[in-house]
Design a protein around this ligand. Structure first.
Ligand SMILES: Nc1ncnc2c1ncn2[C@@H]1O[C@H](COP(=O)(O)OP(=O)(O)OP(=O)(O)O)[C@@H](O)[C@H]1O
Length: 239
C-alpha cells in the first residue's frame, strides 16, 4: 500500500523534531531511512504507525488517514524493548497471535529456527542480541501491507547481521509490502534497498534510487550520505 506524508511537522514541547516532511512510499519497495542521531527517523516511523500524531500535515496509508487503528495494516519493530520479560519466547508469539489476526504462526516458527532461538526460553534470560532477533521474528511474521523496522540490526553481531540482511529479503512480500528501515548500518543494508532517504535535523535532505547511485554515479549509499552531510555541515558553518 502507498504511504503518503504531506508537509508533516512534529514538535515536542518547543523543539521541532520533524520539519515539513513529504514522502511518497510505494508498495514493493524497500526504503532506507538514514541520518545522524536525533535527526527524526524514529519520530517519522512512529507517526506512520499512528503512535505519535503530527502537529501539522497529513499521513495516509492507501488513502486512509493514519490513526492508532492503522495498526492492523502496519507491522512495526520498535527500537525499544517492548517485551513481557516473564514470558517465554513461545508465549510471546502466542500473545502476538492473539493481538494480530494477520500473525503467521507457521512463519514465526520457521523464523525462530532460522534465528536459532529457543521457544522455551524466558525473555528475561535472552541476551540483547537474541531479544533483537525475537523482535525481528515478531515483526516479519505479520502479514501487513506496511512493514516499518526501526534499527532492526542493533545489538546483533556482525556475522549474524550479515546473514539476517541476506535472509530478510526472502521474508518480505514484494508484491504487497511497503518496507521502511531506519538504520545506522548503512553499508550492511545497502544490498536490500531500492531507495534511500536522508533525514537531517528533521528535514528530508536527500532521496535517491540506490541503483542510480551505483550505476550512474558509481558511489555507495554511504559515500552519497557522507557527501550530503558534508554539504550540510559546510552550510551550518557558513551561517
Ligand atoms: N518523546 C519525546 N519527547 C521529547 N523529545 C523527543 C521525544 N522523542 C524524540 N524526541 C526528540 O526528537 C528528536 C528526533 O528524535 P528521533 O528519536 O526521532 O531521532 P532518530 O533520528 O531516530 O535518532 P537516533 O538515530 O539517535 O535513534 C531528538 O532531538 C529527540 O530528542
Amino acid at each position: 500500500m502507498t504511504v503518503e506524508l504531506q508537509n508533516v511537522w512534529k514538535k515536542y514541547g518547543g523543539q521541532t523534531s520533524v520539519k515539513d516532511v513529504s514522502l511518497h512510499l510505494e508498495p514493493g519497495k524497500i526504503y532506507g531511512l538514514i541520518g545522524p542521531n536525533g535527526s527524526g527517523k524514529s519520530t517519522t516511523l512512529k507517526m506512520m504507525t499512528g503512535l505519535v500524531y503530527p502537529n501539522a500535515g497529513e499521513i495516509t496509508i492507501s488513502g486512509e488517514r493514519v490513526t492508532r487503528r492503522i495498526c492492523s495494516k502496519v507491522a512495526y519493530l520498535t527500537e525499544l524493548d517492548m517485551f513481557y520479560h516473564a514470558f517465554t519466547v513461545e508465549k510471546m508469539m502466542a500473545f502476538y497471535a492473539s493481538q494480530f489476526s494477520d500473525f503467521d504462526v507457521e512463519k514465526a516458527h520457521v523464523l525462530l529456527k532460522e534465528m536459532k532461538l529457543d521457544p522455551k526460553k524466558k525473555i528475561k534470560k535472552l541476551s540483547k542480541g537474541n531479544r533483537g532477533r525475537l523482535k525481528l521474528v515478531l515483526a516479519l511474521s505479520r502479514k501487513t501491507p506496511v512493514l516499518l523496522l526501526d534499527e532492526p540490526f542493533s545489538g546483533l553481531d556482525p556475522m549474524v547481521r550479515e546473514s539476517i540482511v541476506k535472509s530478510l529479503i526472502s521474508y518480505i512480500d514484494f508484491d504487497e509490502q511497503t518496507v521502511v528501515i531506519a538504520t545506522h548500518e548503512i553499508d550492511e543494508i545497502e544490498p536490500l534497498l531500492d531507495e534511500v532517504i536522508i533525514i537531517f535535523e528533521g528535514e528530508v535532505v536527500g532521496q535517491t534510487h540506490v541503483e542510480n547511485l551505483r550505476e550512474e554515479e558509481g558511489i555507495s549509499v554511504l559515500e552519497w550520505f557522507k557527501s550530503i552531510m558534508a554539504q550540510k555541515e559546510r552550510k551550518v558553518e557558513d551561517v
